[in-house]
Design a protein around this ligand. Structure first.
Ligand SMILES: CC(C)(COP(=O)(O)OP(=O)(O)OC[C@H]1O[C@@H](n2cnc3c(N)ncnc32)[C@H](O)[C@@H]1OP(=O)(O)O)[C@@H](O)C(=O)NCCC(=O)NCCS
Length: 182
């Protein structure tokens, strides 16, 4: 699924370009992912985990654009990729009403309303595909993520004890949230 590009004015008046990632962005995306993994401990992969090769990343982006079940939206500011979010739709008649969301931004760009704007766009996409339940999970302690999700209408429904082992060896819960989309 391909997102049509849109310029978003953020709450500080600066502009962000939301657009579909293209296969030729593969190297820029790998730079983005490798940087963002060092800036937060609240993603599911960390600096010690392998990254795709540029060829694998290129194929992943092309596949996402062709797929009827997922869409990515990249955020470009200052001439570089500073954020990405994704919606993945469930495939079958029994779960086609559900989709999961994920998001990550470069630290320098946190707190400027990009997360809010990205989720608003993902909600529009979800509605267009008849999705009525959105799902996500976050790592215990991710207060900024939690604040975004609660603000956007997600509510917790369960948690997995010891779902994550952080790099310092501490165990964290995975908190599961959902939002009923009106
Ligand atoms: C979590 C993340 C996506 C949030 O995006 P963001 O663009 O910073 O969020 P927003 O600026 O839209 O802020 C959303 C809300 O968070 C809250 N918030 C802002 N700063 C905060 C802070 N320092 N601590 C806690 N909550 C905060 C506010 O309620 C804000 O709403 P408001 O602007 O209307 O007051 C982003 O910080 C990020 O990428 N973090 C690292 C990766 C990550 O954790 N991804 C999610 C994995 S589950």
């Amino acid at each position: 699924m391909r997102y049509e590009p849109k310029t978003i004015t953020l709450k500080d008046g600066t502009q962000a370009l939301f657009r579909a990632p293209e296969p030729e962005d593969a190297a820029a995306f790998l730079d983005f992912f490798s940087a963002v993994r060092t800036e937060t401990e609240f993603l599911l992969s960390g600096p010690g985990d392998p990254l795709p090769t540029p060829e694998e990343e290129q194929a992943w982006i092309a596949n996402s654009l062709d797929s009827p079940a997922q869409m990515m939206i990249a955020c470009e500011m200052d001439g570089r990729i500073v954020g990405n979010c994704q919606i993945v739709l469930k495939p079958n008649a029994k779960n086609r009403h559900r989709a999961s969301l994920a998001i990550a931004l470069r630290q320098e760009y946190w707190g400027r309303g990009i997360g809010t704007a990205m989720f608003t766009e993902l909600f529009t996409v979800a509605r267009a595909y008849g999705v009525t339940q959105l799902e996500l999970d976050y790592i215990e302690g991710n207060d900024r993520g939690k604040a975004l999700y609660e603000k956007m209408g997600f509510r917790p429904w369960g948690e997995l004890p010891d779902g994550i082992r952080q790099s310092d060896g501490s165990m964290r819960k995975l908190i599961y949230m959902r939002k009923v989309l009106q």
